[in-house]
Design a protein around this ligand. Sequence first.
Ligand code: ACO
Length: 321
Amino acid sequence: MHSRILGTGSHLPDKVLTNADLEKIVDTSDQWIRERTGIEERRIVADGESTVDLAESAARNALGAADIEPGDIDLIIVATTTPDRVFPSTACLLQQRLDIHGCPAFDVQAVCTGFIYATSVADSMIRSGAARTALVVGAECMSRIVDWSDRGTCVLFGDGAGAVVLGASDEPGLLSTRLHADGAYEKLLYVPYGVSSRPEKVRDGEAYLQMRGNEVFRVAVNTLGRIVDETLDDAGLHKSDIDWLIPHQANIRIINATARKLGMSLDRVVVTVDKHGNTSAASVPMALDAAVRDGRIQRGELLLMEAFGGGFTWGSVLARY
Ligand code: ACO
């Protein structure tokens, strides 16, 4: 038994925040942001809008594309760093929205690699026979954990959600999934406080995402190069076999470095960071959906998805679409 991608979907909040808008909030410039990151604009949730709202729209789009009824879903996994609540999980909130009852539903927390982790878990459960049709979602409201007075981080992130429906198949769809983490890098990228470690009084800015950007950058470039080789070795394939690279959208310079390492021309790399910014766990499924919907990705093509994020976590999914 294998799993394959039956359909994809995504959803972006309406509000666009451009680099020009950010120039009014912090000491930055459109030129700096474009040159260092490739980002032109990002979407931001409205007051009252939350991660499960984005997840629900993306999930419904993916179900429609797969021509699957919600009642046929027997596993829901949501990858998110920004859940609506401590509990129930965002996956359970989504399950209720979709009027699905009884199947397992849980969240996965691997920051920007969350969707890769969630897809790998769903693939394992389908291959073991524990599920037949899985809804896998990456959904984030990163704007809620960003310090809007810190120009080093607030220009980088955005909100959104992407989803895939994975179904059991006799033909191999997902060919290899690789997952890694190394908690030794905690202090390069983190949010200092959560639920159990929150002091009575948190100083300004301390409740928000902290990042040592250029150190993260160096490790990300090296690590993503290695995961590409590892994934191809695992599947017995070559760099030249890959039709599309669908990378985590953190920074155009990291994406370009990974594409160079693969010897891929940039027109075979799906780039959404210019319009989405870094949407953490939502970035890979949103990029996948964008390229499926505009007709670039065709059935039968070989896709390499990869991501790197807080933890550090990193991983890849190699799939025949
Ligand atoms: N506007 C203008 N200037 C800025 C801004 C800004 N928004 N931000 C920082 N600067 C300044 C700095 O203060 C510094 O000034 P100085 O030289 O006077 O001290 C200068 O620009 C250079 O700063 P660096 O941090 O060295 O810039 P760098 O080229 O490394 O780019 C960036 C920063 C874009 C953050 C880059 O390091 C990066 O993309 N890092 C990786 C991010 C990433 O991949 N994260 C992983 C996933 S995120 C997750 O898991 C949640």
